[in-house]
Design a protein around this ligand. Sequence first.
Ligand code: AOF
Ligand code: ZN
Length: 369
Amino acid sequence: MNSQVTAADGTHLRRALELAERGRGRVSPNPLVGAVVVRDGKVIGEGFHAELGGLHAERVALEDCRERGEDPAGATMCVTLEPCAHQGRQPPCTEAILEAGIARVVIASEDPTEKASGRGPGILRDGGVEVAFAAGAEASAARLLNQSFRKHARTGLPLVTLKMAMSLDGQTSTAPGDSRWISGELSRAMVQRWRADSDAIAVGIGTVFADDPLLTVRQASARQPVRIVFDAQARLPLDSRLLASLDQSPVLVVTAPGADPGRVRALEAAAAEILVAGGSTRAERVEAALADLGRRDVTSLFLEGGRTLASAFVAAEQIDVSHTFIAPLLLGSSDIGSVTPGPGRLTALESSAESVGEDTLITARYKEW
Ligand code: AOF
Ligand code: ZN
């Protein structure tokens, strides 16, 4: 039995999307999911997936009904992702929905994982539950919410987000030894939030030589992403701040098969993890590294620089989203090193601009998952 999605369902789905958002940074590699239970136009239960390994949103919302002294039997559940039908870290949500006697389920997005892909909705329909799929704004918002989960489920690769900051004349770094930032304070706070929301952060070895970055999230309660250095020749300095801060989060060095074995051993001895990415071009090595990271359940990778790394990812056509901060500065360099185009080209599907403090942030999306 299929049913129509009403304007009221849309309102409840938007609420469910808001709830889902609260799990951000805490559920990966699982999706962000929110659910709202409604009877006779009244919300009787709400829930979201709050922690990897914790209850799914649907069960949290049903629990919430009971805590409020409400009976979910006969009610509608509006949920941002199709309910699961498999036994994983948690039991299937379809069972909980059927047991509770929910009469109707409105779903904002399908689950592209192999074990899901429509099985849950099928089981619900077989159990006599009306199932409706939303379209339009709520459906695209639900897909947008879980781009990293969806790409990882569909391709086995992490979602790649490229961040850049530049002056009005296109310069992406200040002079060596000049520690002043290009982008403003608000922009940098935003970058901290993106880091905290990523499973991994990557830089190229050139950026390590130039900046010796720490790449941690400066927020006590945040989960620390894995720090990755693309370093074909295994040149990461043993006294780098990255290796000096392994107590905060792991460091993974992506090398090429031809890297000097002595250097690789020294990095291993310093407790860095080594990922050997094969392939005859930089683009192929990017693809190999992404596949390996995906197998380690890295669903999102945040690229922090520099140009060489970005160019390899563009050549591999492996950038899904980019965030470019443009700061109101002229740095006046006569050698910005970006005049030669790289081997790749990616055109955005959509882009938008906003003000962040004094900076302008341009966000572009290249692929939709
Ligand atoms: C979630 N939260 O609210 C919903 C999910 O290992 P498990 O048992 O936690 O199962 C994870 C899968 O369950 C996930 O990949 C997705 O397919 C499905 N739905 N997952 O983490 C939720 N509803
Ligand atoms: Zn579930």
